[in-house]
Design a protein around this ligand. Structure first.
Ligand code: ZN
Ligand code: ZN
Length: 304
């Protein structure tokens, strides 16, 4: 791939990231019991495909089956909150782009683990960031002392704006990852986002391979997927996996114990067992460890 963007001096970025790690170390040393959270926006493409095809190596023409021609380029913004101790916030913020900036009258899929905001585009603005701060980040239980690691998105650099939504009792510290530094140290970028997208790709490939009648790109189905994937990754068994992003980013120093990756676990050997409804197994629940068919897990949104 050719990168046409003028690249910043890599050594300068590394130096800034090193300084950031030292700053975090100082804040942590001065504030015993502080919790470290990372919030990172990621785009979820409405239809996401795996790169594997059934053609043999060397085939010149590879036909890719796509469910919806218009869906491949659209996306929603998915903004989870994760913590250095393996914590994942109960709620995830989602921004949905709709042609009029409004939902149809019948509304959309919703449950108590997603907070959906609608605008003309899925790209977050100051107004929708406000929804995120108010309803999700500071909408539930907030630690007494909190350090937020955020990237350099202009709204995330406006610390006074963010602090205006925090409970007055919270001792809030905010640091920003320098531009160009997210792939080196942003915890969510180093583990979480890869798995999230990997789960979506595997699911889409399996749906097509098994000819399951389900449009992954439909608005409600995409929201169900986002909610269910978030619930899956938040399973206690993936705490080490979430913490690993903070370790790899250089913000914590004790290496988390070995772990299963969420995608490997839920689509692993366990799916050979049929679902209790007798349909073919599709996903192993990371919480109750039972095997479920596509419909029971992803369409009816299994929770336990
Ligand atoms: Zn379960
Ligand atoms: Zn079933």
């Amino acid at each position: 791939m050719i990168n046409l963007k003028p690249s910043k001096d890599p050594q300068k970025i590394l130096d800034l990231v090193e300084k950031l790690r030292r700053d975090v170390e100082t804040i942590v040393a001065n504030n015993p019991g502080i919790e470290i959270w990372n919030c990172d926006q990621t785009g979820l493409v409405k239809e996401c495909h795996g790169m594997r095809t059934h053609s043999r190596t060397g085939s010149k023409k590879v036909k890719v089956k796509v469910q919806s021609k218009n869906a491949t380029s659209h996306s929603i913004t998915f903004l989870p909150i994760i913590g250095s101790d393996g914590f994942q916030h109960d709620k995830v913020f989602i921004q949905l782009g709709e042609p009029n900036g409004r939902l149809p009258q019948k509304g959309c899929y919703s449950d108590n683990t997603i907070h959906v905001s609608v605008a003309k585009s899925h790209i977050m603005s100051r107004a929708t960031a406000e929804h995120f701060f108010q309803n999700v980040l500071f909408g539930g239980k907030v630690p007494a002392t909190l350090l937020l690691i955020l990237d350099s998105w202009p709204i995330f650099r406006d610390h006074a704006f963010i602090k205006s939504f925090a409970p007055p009792s919270t001792d809030l510290h905010i640091i920003n990852i320098p531009p160009g530094g997210t792939s080196i140290c942003q915890p969510a970028d180093l583990s979480y986002n890869h798995q999230l997208k990997g789960i979506q790709k595997r699911l889409t490939s399996l749906v097509m391979f098994r000819d399951i009648r389900y449009r992954v790109s439909e608005r409600d189905n995409l929201l169900k997927f986002a909610s269910q994937a978030h619930w899956v990754i938040g399973s206690p068994r993936f705490k080490s996996f979430i913490a690993y992003g903070f370790y790899k980013g250089g913000f914590i120093h004790s290496k988390p114990p070995p772990f299963d990756g969420p995608k490997q676990f839920i689509f692993g050997a366990g799916i050979s067992k049929p679902c209790s409804c007798s349909q073919e197994g599709f996903t192993v629940c990371p919480r109750c460890e039972e095997s479920f068919c596509f419909e029971c897990f992803w369409d009816k949104c299994h929770r336990c």
